[in-house]
Design a protein around this ligand. Structure first.
Ligand code: GLU
Length: 310
């Protein structure tokens, strides 16, 4: 990695923001629920945290957006904490090569989701959390508040309600897993919890701060262990192979960092040992990833020489 002085880094982030903004207008905001379809499309933000506690930003980095599938990263962290190795009974660790909400593979693979970052896998994680947490919704939000040092984080209840009203495929996945004996709690209850996780609102600064422990062998900057170093390595590996829907290969090829995206237009990326990064721009490409956000990460990785494959 090239060593970049702070003022130079900020300048680079602004240049990257300008270039990435040129893609705005070429993607499409998620429209599967009305509450997301009405998000103003021409927004862009970027935040980068380093292990000295510095936060570098560009664009609307304080603007909160719907974290959507980025929540799958943090619910996985909670479940790894509670279950350890046992979590992987009935849950795979392979890329799916299918749409994030596909039912086909789940049927042919006996109700065992390929990985925790497709919907079926995240629903299974929520099911496991439901078995062991007294208030799974509340506990995820509290974890995110403490990691981001932002006590004001909230769930957008309109988005959560809308998710539940349009959650037939998710319900189908949960019932299919239940039919295979791989889902233990009432489906409606788990769907509600999952919808609330997706509907949490955070800014790029919040998310970059919340994910920083993944760049720091599982520890927060004040020494709190969120995951062990081994668990952190494994979560980062899953982010690398499965974190960007059906575009994880392209993301590895062009960016080369562990990452997790959401249809709200956010992408979190980790440069282990150095940085956590969050970009956001609501317009998505055909794979469901932020168009300008993906491009910004590619530019950032190239400019600063960031990649886990170098
Ligand atoms: N709430 C979305 C769903 O379950 C998550 C979409 C996403 O960000 O992948 O369909």
């Amino acid at each position: 990695m090239k060593q970049t002085p702070k003022s130079e880094l900020l300048k680079q982030l602004d240049i990257i923001t300008d270039k990435a903004r040129s893609l705005i207008g070429k993607g499409k905001v998620a429209d599967y629920i009305p509450a997301l379809a009405k998000v103003v499309p021409d927004q862009f933000a970027l935040a980068l945290c380093d292990l000295d506690g510095n936060v570098y930003t560009s664009g609307d980095a304080n603007k909160a957006f719907s974290i959507q599938s980025i929540s799958k990263l943090f619910s996985l962290v909670q479940a790894v904490n509670i279950y350890g190795e046992d979590l992987w009974q009935g849950l795979g660790r392979e890329p799916s090569g299918q749409r994030f909400n596909s039912l086909v593979q789940l049927e042919s693979e006996n109700g065992v989701p390929r990985n925790p970052f497709i919907n079926a896998g995240a629903l299974l994680v929520c099911d496991r959390l439901e078995s062991r947490c007294s208030a799974p919704n509340f506990q995820l939000l509290e974890l995110l508040k403490s990691l981001s040092e932002n006590t004001k984080l909230r769930v957008d209840h309109e988005v959560a309600r809308s998710e539940m009203e349009h959650g037939s495929r998710n319900a189908a996945m949960a019932y299919l897993m239940k039919a295979f004996g791989n889902f233990h709690n009432p489906v409606e209850k788990v769907l509600e919890s999952y919808a609330h996780h997706c509907a949490i609102e955070m800014s790029c600064i919040d998310l970059a701060k919340a994910a920083l422990f993944l760049a720091n062998q599982g520890q927060t900057l004040n020494g709190r262990e969120i995951l062990s170093a081994l668990e952190t390595k494994r979560v980062n590996a899953l982010l690398s192979t499965c974190g960007l829907y059906d575009e994880a290969g392209e993301f590895a090829f062009k960016v080369g960092l562990p990452g997790k995206s959401g249809v709200g237009g956010g992408i979190v990326a980790i440069y282990p040992g150095h940085y956590s990064i969050c970009v956001w721009s609501p317009e998505l490409n055909v794979a469901g990833n932020s168009l300008a956000g993906f491009y910004a990460l590619e530019l950032l990785a190239d400019t600063l020489g960031l990649s886990v494959y170098l």
